[in-house]
Write a protein of this length. Structure first.
Length: 502
């Protein structure tokens, strides 16, 4: 059996460890990988735990576009074979190409390349991935994030070639992690959910699901380890913290190290690497925005006020670029929601905590120009806002899921797992939004039995794996020193293998 992994950036270290577990515990004997970031590629080439039949580096393939001639016949055939329905989604998903992100900080959004170069890049990467899959013929592919052109191509080309795809995704229930064959849904969860609706007596997780719902309703909390305490989170962004000598000195040291590394690399720098001067300029702008602050722009919530709630989404990220590509302009959506509400309603808008300092004052001022919109301080308790809201509106955010758990009518605008529930309404046509809002406000019927079955299905098809924390904190994967980490990755490897042998 041969496994193929998408090994992007820091996940390469985790993915390699999962591959080792699959080899030693489950007898998967061959591996190949598509790799993002040169440092990850160099690690994988040097390590001795797993032997890969082939590793291809995205940045190296990318460089080939300079010598590539645009072949319109090839692109037309590629579009016919793999279009969804055209080839633009493969370009639009890539935040480096479209917005120069990872190289520059949001809100910088100038495309890195012109149209012709984008077509050349698409052409060389499609050729490389098709050749790679035809040569390697993996039995399955494991992907954690579809967040760039190559990963999107890998997913759809593999699908068309009938190569099984497993995508890992958080369930948003504690540290739950599940697998899906379709990035738009929880495919295995949905199959289980459909079975439980036909045969509710087979629900082995019903009591656990009821306990989770009751616990959340009595004491709601975020699933993300990094935002458990919002007040503590925002203390890090106080003016005094930014002006502290320690932080200034640490930033200078970091900048000097980055500059030295850049000079040493010189022409070897890849297209998706941040440059020192851009790093310095963007950090100064962001720190300045945070020191100046946004306090004068914020409004106070009122419990006795009729309002709908819309949380701003993190961007640019797959929550918008993959799951709701036509709603990248959140201000425009806020405007549409606001004018679709009953005339006496307010629309409460709150910033996504990790985006604090990235958006400009001008961005928030545009929001505040909409007459019935209030901009709340980002440290405002989200659950208190949800509890008192008449309606929750989200693109794909967790606030929609939390709203459902708190029995609130919810409208979504993108592809998200809880769209499967009958009492969630996804807006497919913006012209119908006022009628959809009216329907949810006047005819909403919360179905706790259905929710229990859905959560039971998630619990039956997932495992408690603190992968986000392991990934984001960049833990060193040492078998002796990080036994708890290894245990979690073994659970994930078991989950992958279980699906593969089916």
């Amino acid at each position: 059996m041969k496994a193929c992994f998408l090994l992007q950036r820091r996940f390469a270290f985790i993915g390699n460890k999962i591959a080792k577990i699959l080899k030693e515990k489950h007898g998967v004997d061959k591996f190949c990988g598509y790799v993002y970031q040169r440092s990850s590629y160099e690690f994988l080439k040097k390590q001795k735990d797993v032997e890969y039949t082939s590793l291809i580096l995205d940045e190296e393939i990318h460089k080939q576009y300079k010598d590539e001639e645009i072949d319109l016949d090839y692109l037309k055939n590629l579009e016919k074979e793999y279009g969804i329905p055209n080839l633009w989604p493969y370009i639009a998903i890539d935040r480096v190409l479209m917005y120069s992100q990872l190289i520059r900080e949001y809100p910088y959004n100038t495309p890195l390349y012109n149209h012709d170069d984008m077509m050349r890049i698409l052409q060389v990467k499609a050729k490389a991935i098709i050749s790679f899959l035809e040569k390697e013929k993996p039995n399955f592919i494991f992907i954690t994030v579809i967040g760039g052109m190559a990963s999107m191509l890998l997913y759809h080309i593999a699908k068309k070639k009938n190569i099984p795809i497993l995508i890992g995704i958080q369930t948003r229930i504690n540290d739950g992690y599940t697998l899906t064959e379709d990035y738009k849904t929880f495919s295995y969860v949905e199959k289980k959910f459909n079975d439980l609706q036909k045969n509710p007596s087979q629900n082995e997780k019903l009591s656990e699901a009821k306990k989770f719902i009751e616990s959340f309703q009595n004491n709601p909390s975020t699933y993300s380890y990094s935002l458990q305490d919002t007040k503590t989170y925002f203390k890090r962004f106080s003016r005094s913290q930014h002006l502290s000598l320690f932080r200034i000195f640490r930033s200078i040291i970091w900048f000097l190290k980055m500059t030295i590394q850049y000079i040493v690399k010189n022409k070897k720098t890849d297209h998706d690497e941040e440059q020192p001067m851009s790093f310095l300029l963007d950090r100064i702008k962001r720190k300045t925005r945070m020191i100046v602050g946004f306090t004068d722009l914020y409004d106070k919530p009122k419990k006795d006020e009729a309002y709908a709630y819309f949380p701003l989404h993190y961007e640019p990220e797959i929550s918008l670029m993959l799951y709701a590509p036509f709603w990248m302009n959140q201000i425009n959506l806020i405007r549409q929601i606001a004018k679709s509400l009953p005339v006496h309603y307010k629309l409460y808008v709150k910033e996504h905590p990790p985006m604090y300092g990235y958006r400009t004052r001008a961005y928030y001022k545009k929001i505040k120009k909409i007459p019935n919109v209030k901009l709340l301080p980002p440290e405002t308790n989200t659950f208190e806002i949800i509890k008192n809201a008449k309606l929750i509106t989200v693109i794909t955010g967790t606030a929609g899921w939390e709203g459902l758990l708190l029995k609130k009518p919810t409208i979504t605008f993108g592809d998200v797992f809880y769209n499967k529930l009958s009492f969630v309404k996804k807006c497919e046509n913006i012209e119908k939004l006022p009628f959809l809002i009216k329907e949810q406000l006047e005819e909403f019927k919360y179905n706790e039995q259905e929710l229990e079955q859905f959560i039971s299905s998630i619990l039956m098809e997932s495992k408690e794996i603190r992968l986000q924390e392991i990934w984001e904190l960049g833990e060193i994967l040492n078998d002796n020193k990080k036994s708890d980490t290894i245990k979690h990755l073994e659970i994930l490897a078991d989950l992958i293998y279980k699906k593969v042998i089916k």
